[in-house]
Every structure is written in structure tokens, then in C-alpha cells.
Design a protein around this ligand. Structure first.
Ligand SMILES: Nc1nc2c(c(=O)[nH]1)N[C@H]1C(S)=C(S)[C@@H](COP(=O)(O)OP(=O)(O)OC[C@H]3O[C@@H](n4cnc5c(=O)[nH]c(N)nc54)[C@H](O)[C@@H]3O)O[C@H]1N2
Ligand SMILES: Nc1nc2c(c(=O)[nH]1)N[C@H]1C(S)=C(S)[C@@H](COP(=O)(O)OP(=O)(O)OC[C@H]3O[C@@H](n4cnc5c(=O)[nH]c(N)nc54)[C@H](O)[C@@H]3O)O[C@H]1N2
Ligand SMILES: [Mo]
Length: 762
């Protein structure tokens, strides 16, 4: 039986800061729940330290000079989640059929602890049963060999190491496809596409040291207190230096307002706290292009006046002339934009935008930090390119303290892309791989996440292999996907804990348990290390030391090799066994493929703070077709991609403070004051009144995608909240059922999870 949800769900304002005693208390609840013995806590102390393990939570940079305990509440939760002493054993599966488990909540599925044995689904009993690794590999191999490679998808989630990712991408290409969607397709792909087009690199240009040199930070759509809490240290020191932090977010997120450093005894003892944002603008969901348009409109106006009066120009005209292209068209578009449209689309008053523009115009070096609030929109790529437009106006790229700073999600999601997890041929040195391994690599574009979903639904995808993640729960269109999944010929899931995707079997189904990054990984040559790339392009070694959760676990590289050996002919140029025996050899192979990025990879692995793989845009070398940084006028002011109309709302699907993506740690969202439920529907009080609803009323949402399909989510509790009118907030992944797979960002195909058109139904 599924456990009952904690009683008395309610919402009350949270008065405390981010961090502080609240985060310490939150940990004190988690460690006993995961039955973590005190000695395991030592693992926490080694997190993000040279020769320790790279935290399995977020991708934020890890400083060379770490704090005494370089971990945060969220990192500690993620560590505890992996180190838990609870186990999901074959006995558990003997007791519970998949039909029964499908009625459980995400939380309860994972709360049984780590998977211990390789499992095969038995359709006769509707249960998973333990099997031998060699049998699993043999049958997976037989299935994949029989299928058309174009009908097979190799998904990966961004926690997987550089070593396993490189092997996985190579295996797919040698097998015959680049159907390599990853979690990045649902996340920062708008960054990868947008920044590449604008400045020639797919990643941010800044590093931690830039936080010490900036004098203003513009912060868009990232909930730092919950999703990258270690960055609060960097923001706090910037504030203490007097740096202005201008935030754009529909919600007043606590981490962006105030922070108490839980590792600072004085702040903790005195209940001191640092105010983070100096300006807070509650922009409408999808209103950032309009807001930035307002700012640049002021800059142009002030520049005109300065030039006319013979004063120093407000724009960095030398930079614009020497380094950029397209300014003329952009300038024309900005002058043509009307204030009434800007105010309506952003939801912000001209005077507010003027205040932000003043700060921008005064600052010599500006960081623009952003997250899912920009990328997960139909115009997500334009959002990113508008950030670049704003930065280029005053030369804020390629100088100390300035530049676009996308906050990546999973701890190695950026790195996976670096080493070949992509469906796009142009992002991979295919000729180099062909020469290195003696094969012909596919050139046909592979499936991304949206393509894979369409293929599962229309039946053209026949097999799905997942290296981590919870694809079926994280994607849009979850109801249709759950119906279609059992039609797959083969479903293979490589995972650490049971999740909802595992409960939907294909005709042949394996659930393969792997080591987590915190665990000791001993191979023929001895204990191994792996590596990850953080948000600032720094690469870190990671040494797991905890005792593995079970003797039957294999490492991710060993599992990939186990499959590869079955589906690929013997190759004198590639010895999978030798790679698994000694991961240093995989790193040598990575270095051979990417000599510029990974020079002396093995030697530099444990460089304090990581080693930087370099970034041409940060040197003002623009790898775009024009060899300049590109201004791009937006095609409109709204990022939502749909028209407003009566009864239609913009739904933002959000993370709470108590989850890591589809992993639900608990039912509280401390900073937003939510206790005991994830069924909250955040709504403006005036909208509640206008819609004739009342606080606490239970409603349904229906998607308003206009494609004739009914998508519905029941049981949401109407909750008055400080949120712009016309916008709603509710939690991901529970509301993914409302999302159409066709409602995604143009060109990057990131599902538009931050403005889902919905109506309220009773
Ligand atoms: N503890 C923890 N850490 C995590 C994760 C986790 O789930 N839990 N997930 C990891 C992953 S994979 C990722 S991608 C990141 C995600 O981290 P974030 O990028 O912070 O993602 P979200 O929590 O989805 O919320 C984004 C923020 O955008 C705001 N927002 C929504 N719509 C808009 C808009 O139109 N404009 C603006 N300006 N803001 C908007 C929301 O109010 C919210 O504060 O975190 C990573 N780290
Ligand atoms: N509506 C809506 N949808 C969204 C989002 C949103 O904001 N709103 N955010 C999107 C984003 S940004 C992302 S990144 C995706 C996340 O999509 P995914 O990355 O696919 O999902 P996760 O929840 O991170 O995956 C959790 C599972 O990973 C497995 N796992 C954990 N650690 C390991 C490991 O070390 N190895 C292996 N092999 N498996 C492991 C566990 O079994 C766990 O259940 O969701 C996207 N979906
Ligand atoms: Mo993400």
C-alpha cells in the first residue's frame, strides 16, 4: 500500500532567510530518515574538496579554496539520498507488482532505498525478478542487434560522468545512431543553441573569480536558494562588496531576498542575514524579453543624449564596432518598441525598468545569471539571445566580472555535451572519432527529447535505453507516454533507485542497478575516479569512497561496456574491457578526441577548483559565421508563444525546496511556506476572486494547447500567493501531464515548462 500523505497540508508565510537554522533543522530530519549512521557523515565533509567526490546535486562551480564544509542543505540531501542504508531488494519486488507500484507516489518509490540486483521484468507475474548480469547483457544485445538502429534511443541524465558519457555516445554512434537525448534537452538546450548563435560558444563565459570583479549582477529566472545554494556564498560576498543585484522573477524567492550562511557561526548566532537582491522585479512569466527591451530602450535614449551633449557614450561603441554584428537592426527594433507594449508584456512599470537600467548603465562589469525561467519558454532561445544583446551593449562579455552565466542543472550535464552526448553531428568531431576507432559515424541528425517522445507515441521508437534519469516522468505528455511505453520492444533502465519510469515495462525490460558517484568503484587496476564539468566549464575529478550499496552493483562504465560488447563487432582499436579496468585510459581516449579541451587530462584531474577547459568568447574570439558577436532583435516581446485570452493562464511548473527534479525528498517547500503537500496551485488573490474561487478550494487544471486533446490535472489546492496576475505556479513533475509535447522552445526544443497555457476547471 502506498503511504498516506502527511496530514494537514497548509501554506503559511515563511519568515526566515535562506540557509540559516532552517537548513540545519531540515538536515537533522533527513539523516535519520535515510538511516544514515554518523560515520557516513564524514562523506559530507569530503564533498567538493580536492580528492573528494563532486557533489551529485547541482552543477555550481566548486571553489579552489573550499569552505570548511563545501556543501549545502541540498547537496547534503542528495548525498544522504545516495548513501541511505535502505534497500529495494528482490524481496521487495516479490511482494509488489508493477500494477500496484504504479499507484505509489514518487516519494514512496524512492524511499525504499537503493536498488541492489539486476532485474528482469516477468510479464506473467507482473513483477521484477533478479537475474544475472551476463544474461541481461546477452538478451539486451540480442534485442538491439535485431532492431533497426534508427529505432533505438539512448537517453542519459546529466549526473553521469564524463567517462561513462563518452563511452555511451561512442557506443550509440558505432551501433548506428545519434539518438542521444539527454536531460539538457529539457533544460539548458536553449542556452546551448542561443549562446552558440550569438557568441559562438554553447556555454557561459564566466568563472567564480568574476563574482569578485563584477559590480552588478542581473539575475533572471533561477531559484538559487533551492537549486544552487552554494552560489549564495558568492552572491553574499558580492553584496558585501556593494555589488547591486537586480532580480527578475515572478515569485519572490527567499534565496534571492535574504541569506544566512549556515557555516558562518556569527551570522548563525546573531540571526544575522544578508539581503541578496537590491532590486526585485516580479516580471510576468514569459515577460523577460519585454523587461530587457525596456532596459535597452533607456540605454539607447541616454546614449543619444550623451552623444548629443558631447559626453561619454552610455553604450560601449568601440566594442560594438569592433566586435559585434547586427547592431543596426537591433537598434531599430528597440527604438520601434512601444512603452505600453513593454509594460503590458513585462508586467513592470517604466519607472521600475528605468531603475534597473540606471544600475546597468553605471556598472563597469555585469554578470547576467539565469536559469529555467528563461530557457523553458517557446521563445527560450530568444530570451537567452536577449540577455546577450543586453550584455553586448556595454561590452559585458569577455572582460573580468562580466558575461552570461547560465546556471546548469545536473552536476555533469554540461560535460555530457562536451564529450559527445548530442543528437547534432556538428557538435561532435566525427572525423576524429572515425579515425580514432575505424568506423563510419552516422551523420543523420538524431532524436532529441521531443523527437524521442514523438517516436515513442507514434511507435517508430522500438527500444529505449536510459543511462540514469526518469525520462517518462520528466517529459511532457506524460499520460500519452505512459500508454505508449509498453509497446516498446525493449526498455532498459540503468538507475540507482526505483522511479516511475521503471514501472512501465516494454516487451523486454531490464532494470540495472549501478554504483553512485559517492561509492567506491574498484576495477581490475584498483579504485577508480571519474570526472565532471561544472557550470563554469571547470573539470573536476571525483573519488567515491563509500561502501557500495550492494555487492551486485556495476559501475556505469562497466554497464555501458557490457552492452557495447554485445552489439558491436570486435574492434582492434577499441578495448572496452581495458577501459573498464582503468578509467585513466578512457580519459586518454577523451583527450585524444578533444586535445584542446582535455590536454593532460589525467594529470590535471584533481586541480583545486577544477581545470578550465577554456572558452573562446571569453577571449573575445567569436566562433560565429560572421566572426563577430551577433545582436539579434527579438521577434516579439512575449516569450510564451501564445496569445492571452479570457480564462487562459500561464502556468509555471516549479521545483520545491524539497526535491531534486523527479526525486521528491519531502512534502514541504520551506521557503514558500508550503507544508505537507505538493498539490498547491499558487494564484494571485485578485485572480482567485475574479474567477469566483476561494482559498483552499480544490480545482483541476486543463491544458489549453488548442489541439483538441484533453489534458487534465485534478486535485490542486487554490493558494493565494504573491505572483503576477494571469500567472499560476504548481509543482513539476506532478503537472507535466498538462504539457503538450509540441509546446516547446523554437529551435532548441526545450519543453516550455514555464508558460503552459491552462484554464481552471472544477
Ligand atoms: N535542490 C535541487 N537542486 C537542483 C535541482 C532540483 O530539482 N533540486 N534541479 C537541478 C536542475 S536539473 C536544474 S535545471 C536546476 C533548475 O534550477 P532553476 O533554474 O532555479 O529552475 P526552477 O526551479 O524550475 O525555477 C526557475 C525559477 O524561474 C522562475 N520563473 C519562472 N518563469 C519565469 C519567467 O518567465 N521569467 C523569470 N525571470 N523567471 C521565471 C521561477 O519563479 C523560479 O524561481 O537546478 C538544479 N539543482
Ligand atoms: N514540467 C517540468 N518538467 C521538467 C522540468 C521543469 O522545470 N518543469 N525540468 C526539466 C529539467 S531541467 C530536467 S534536467 C529534467 C530531469 O530529468 P531526469 O534527469 O531524467 O530526471 P531526474 O529526476 O534527475 O532522475 C532521477 C533518477 O535518476 C536516477 N539516478 C540518480 N543518480 C544516478 C546515478 O548516479 N546513475 C544512474 N544511472 N542513475 C541515477 C535515479 O534512479 C533517479 O530516480 O526534467 C525536466 N522536466
Ligand atoms: Mo535541468
Amino acid at each position: 500500500m502506498a503511504k498516506q500523505r502527511s496530514d494537514d497540508p497548509h501554506v503559511e508565510p515563511f519568515a526566515g532567510p535562506a540557509g540559516g537554522w532552517g537548513s540545519v533543522r531540515s538536515l537533522a530530519e533527513i539523516l535519520p530518515r535515510e538511516r544514515i549512521p554518523p560515520e557516513a557523515l564524514r562523506a559530507l565533509a569530503r564533498q567538493n574538496k580536492p580528492d573528494g567526490f563532486a557533489c551529485v546535486s547541482c552543477a555550481w562551480a566548486k571553489p579552489a579554496d573550499p569552505h570548511p564544509a563545501e556543501f549545502c542543505e541540498e547537496g547534503a540531501k542528495a548525498t544522504a539520498w545516495e548513501l541511505t542504508t535502505l534497500r529495494t531488494t528482490p524481496d521487495f519486488f516479490a511482494e509488489h507488482s508493477l500494477t500496484e507500484l504504479r499507484s505509489w507516489r514518487d516519494y514512496d518509490l524512492e524511499q525504499h532505498g537503493r536498488l541492489t540486483h539486476p532485474l528482469r521484468y516477468d510479464a506473467a507475474t507482473d513483477k521484477y525478478v533478479a537475474c544475472a548480469w551476463e544474461d541481461a547483457f546477452a538478451e539486451i544485445g540480442a534485442q538491439l542487434t535485431r532492431l533497426d538502429p534508427k529505432s533505438v534511443v539512448f537517453y542519459s541524465s546529466g549526473r553521469t560522468s564524463l567517462e561513462a558519457s563518452y563511452m555511451y555516445g561512442l557506443m550509440a554512434r558505432m551501433y548506428g545512431n545519434q539518438n542521444l537525448p539527454d536531460s539538457s534537452n529539457m533544460c539548458h538546450e536553449s542556452t546551448s543553441v542561443g549562446l552558440k548563435a550569438s557568441i559562438g560558444v554553447p556555454v557561459g563565459t564566466t568563472q567564480l573569480a568574476d563574482f569578485e570583479k563584477c559590480d552588478a549582477i542581473f539575475f533572471f529566472g533561477q531559484n538559487v536558494g533551492s537549486n544552487a545554494p552554494r552560489m549564495l556564498h558568492d552572491l553574499r560576498s558580492a553584496r558585501k562588496r556593494g555589488v547591486e543585484i537586480v532580480t527578475f522573477n515572478p515569485l519572490r524567492e527567499r534565496g534571492l531576498e535574504r541569506f544566512t550562511d549556515p557555516q558562518n557561526p556569527v551570522e548563525m548566532a546573531t540571526l544575522g542575514e544578508t539581503a541578496i537582491s537590491t532590486q526585485y522585479h516580479q516580471v510576468k512569466a514569459g515577460g523577460d524579453i519585454a523587461a530587457m527591451m525596456g532596459i535597452v530602450k533607456f540605454l539607447i535614449e541616454w546614449n543619444d543624449a550623451a552623444v548629443a551633449n558631447g559626453e561619454t557614450p552610455v553604450l560601449d561603441l568601440d566594442f560594438i564596432n569592433a566586435h559585434t554584428s547586427g547592431f543596426g537592426a537591433f537598434d531599430t527594433a528597440v527604438r520601434a518598441a512601444r512603452w505600453e507594449d513593454i509594460e503590458r508584456e513585462s508586467g513592470l512599470a517604466k519607472a521600475e525598468l528605468e531603475e534597473s537600467a540606471r544600475i546597468y548603465a553605471r556598472a563597469k562589469a555585469v554578470l547576467a545569471i539565469y536559469g529555467m525561467g528563461l530557457t523553458q519558454h517557446v521563445k527560450g532561445v530568444e530570451n537567452v539571445r536577449m540577455v546577450v544583446n543586453l550584455l553586448l551593449m556595454r561590452g559585458n562579455i569577455g572582460k573580468p566580472g562580466a558575461g552570461p552565466t547560465p546556471v546548469r542543472g545536473h552536476s555533469n550535464v554540461q560535460g555530457q555535451r562536451t564529450v559527445g552526448i548530442t543528437e547534432k553531428t556538428e557538435l561532435v568531431p566525427v572525423e576524429k572519432l572515425e579515425e580514432q576507432y575505424g568506423f563510419t559515424a552516422p551523420r543523420e541528425k538524431g532524436l532529441d527529447t521531443v523527437g524521442a517522445c514523438r517516436g515513442v507515441i507514434d511507435g517508430s521508437v522500438r527500444a529505449f535505453v536510459a543511462l540514469g534519469g526518469n525520462f517518462l516522468r520528466a517529459v511532457p505528455e506524460t499520460a500519452a507516454m505512459e500508454v505508449a511505453w509498453p509497446r516498446l520492444d525493449l526498455s532498459v533502465q540503468i538507475a540507482t533507485k526505483l522511479n516511475r519510469n521503471h514501472l512501465f515495462p516494454g516487451k523486454v525490460t531490464y532494470l540495472l542497478p549501478c554504483l553512485g558517484r559517492i561509492e567506491e568503484d574498484v576495477q581490475a587496476s584498483g579504485p577508480q575516479v571519474v570526472s565532471v564539468e561544472d557550470s563554469t566549464s571547470c573539470i573536476h575529478g571525483s573519488r567515491g569512497k563509500a561502501k557500495p550499496a550492494s555487492d551486485y552493483l556495476l559501475s556505469e562504465p562497466a554497464i555501458v561496456a557490457g552492452i557495447a560488447r554485445q552489439i558491436l563487432p570486435p574492434n582492434p582499436k577499441l578495448d572496452w574491457d581495458a577501459w573498464v579496468a582503468d578509467y585513466a585510459k578512457i580519459r586518454d581516449a577523451i583527450e585524444e578526441t578533444y586535445p584542446d579541451l582535455f590536454k593532460d587530462f589525467n594529470k590535471r584531474l584533481f586541480t583545486p577548483g577544477g581545470f578550465w577547459k577554456g572558452n573562446k568568447a571569453s577571449e573575445r574570439i567569436w566562433l560565429t559565421p560572421s566572426r563577430k558577436a551577433e545582436f539579434l532583435p527579438p521577434t516579439g516581446l512575449s516569450a510564451t508563444g501564445f496569445a492571452d485570452m479570457g480564462g487562459r493562464y500561464r502556468l509555471m511548473t516549479l521545483r520545491s525546496n524539497d526535491q531534486f527534479n523527479t526525486t521528491i525528498y519531502g512534502y514541504h517547500d520551506r521557503f514558500r511556506g508550503v507544508k505537507g503537500t505538493r498539490d498547491t496551485l499558487f494564484m494571485h488573490a485578485a485572480d482567485i476572486a475574479d474567477a469566483g474561487l476561494s482559498e483552499g478550494q480544490i480545482v483541476a487544471l486543463e491544458s489549453d494547447a488548442g489541439d483538441g486533446k484533453l489534458r487534465r490535472r485534478e486535485g490542486l489546492i487554490v493558494t493565494p500567493y504573491d505572483i503576477p496576475r494571469g500567472c499560476l505556479g504548481a509543482y513539476y513533475p506532478e503537472c507535466n501531464v498538462l504539457m503538450s509535447v509540441e509546446h516547446h522552445a523554437e529551435t532548441s526544443h526545450v519543453p516550455a515548462a514555464k508558460s503552459v497555457p491552462v484554464r481552471i476547471a472544477l
